[in-house]
Design a protein around this ligand. Sequence first.
Ligand code: PMP
Length: 497
Amino acid sequence: MSSFAGSQPAPDRSSSGPHTDENRQKRTDVNEKEREQLIGEWNFPEAPKVSDSFPGPKAAEVFGELSKLETPQIALGSVLPFVPEEAKGAVFKDVDGNFVIDFCSCISVVSVGHQHPKVVKAIADQAGKLGHVFDIATREKLDLIKRMSATAPPGLRDDCFVTLALSGTDAACAAAKNARMATGKNQVIAFTGGYHGVFGTALAMTTGNRYREDYGPLMGGVVHLPYAYCYRCPFGMEYPKCGIECAKYADSMLNQPYTGITDAAALIVEPVQGEGGFIVPPSEWFQQLKQSCEKHGCLMVSDEVQSGFGKTGKLWATEHFGFEPDALIFGKAVGGDQPLTGVMMRSEHREKLVLGSQPATFSGNVISLAASMANYEIMTDPDLDLMGRATRLGEEMQSIFVDAQKSVEQIGDIRGLGLMQAIEFVKDPETKEPADAGAIIGIMIEMFQKGVIVVPAGRWGNTLRFMPPLTIKRDQFFDVVEMVVDTIKAHKDALTG
Ligand code: PMP
């Protein structure tokens, strides 16, 4: 196990952990009770609850027809053949009346939960007033950008401007474009195991073969360096004895002659790799990368499309690691169920960007802006303390997995921050040979049949990731964690292959 997991005793699940000060304890308990009650109201109470014939006949009708009409490039639908009709909190209700727990927040999107009443109201109110404008000013755009700037991580806080976009892919492309314009340089550094999107510069930065094959030539000028994946150190070393060899290597690549990297505009890195398998590098790696970037004169850009906006227990994942990014790519949970993504970039670079060079028809969509503001209000509400709750639940989840690891040696690595947790499976803990992706899909399908959605990740598809909405009910959360452990145990032999 690489990071953050400890061998604590089994936690008391009736509250969220011990507190030192007695008065604070009492107040917290009251808040805790109120919070859990509220969270209960935002969710469907009974889940998972599925019939023997789940998904069911109505789903089969829709799914059967749609699967012939939609592109086969969309993978998840084929293994999750149910058809949601409503959702509340962490729970979908489908067309056949089944209640399914969304333990992946629709891939890290609905962090405040599905159909949070405040978000629904914000969307409805805005839809009745003004929905779309072209690239012009609105009060909603001003308010949201001010809020973003005020809550940005150090390095950008109160000192950034924002480029709005519609998908993480767009935003990653915009970040590279902005960095090129700002520095007058050309190359982009990205990392092995990274995912930034599926078109243009973003695809050239993304490393997974399946996204790139049969689709060349990709954009040039992108160079990949090894990510700090300590469980499988690219240099065969062990943290912390390694002296952060991977950071030294990156520095040599950026700052020595004869490496082929002559004019890097940006180094774009995920603070916690998402599709790559929820990998959490050591802080020193980021801090040393930042120094290398400064020496080379390139901008350090944090891609927080998946890891950002609260789920790691801090609003921005960057904040865990003590480095100051020059730009930050955001997406997914920032808009919640409305498409709103973009880039925050340090103000000093603003004057170098060319007037009119980045129009985007829908980027100022007012309904999305209103929804995002509601998401911010919920996520940063100090009484609700969703990020603190995510930290506590994540720690409890990790200690349950650590316990399970004692009897399941195929659990190779347990890692994550807050409610962004993962288990990487191996055939053998000594050789660390990755478990077959098919065995992980087997676990996923059995979980689905029990009414819970979990999804894989990782370079070999040998990792299961867990990122439920931060507003999942406590009892549902622990029911799912237990179910995950039971299902893994039942699939032990298949994992060995
Ligand atoms: N960056 C990261 C870190 C991501 O995880 C993703 C999506 N998984 C993207 C960019 C691309 O986002 P989108 O699917 O919205 O284009």
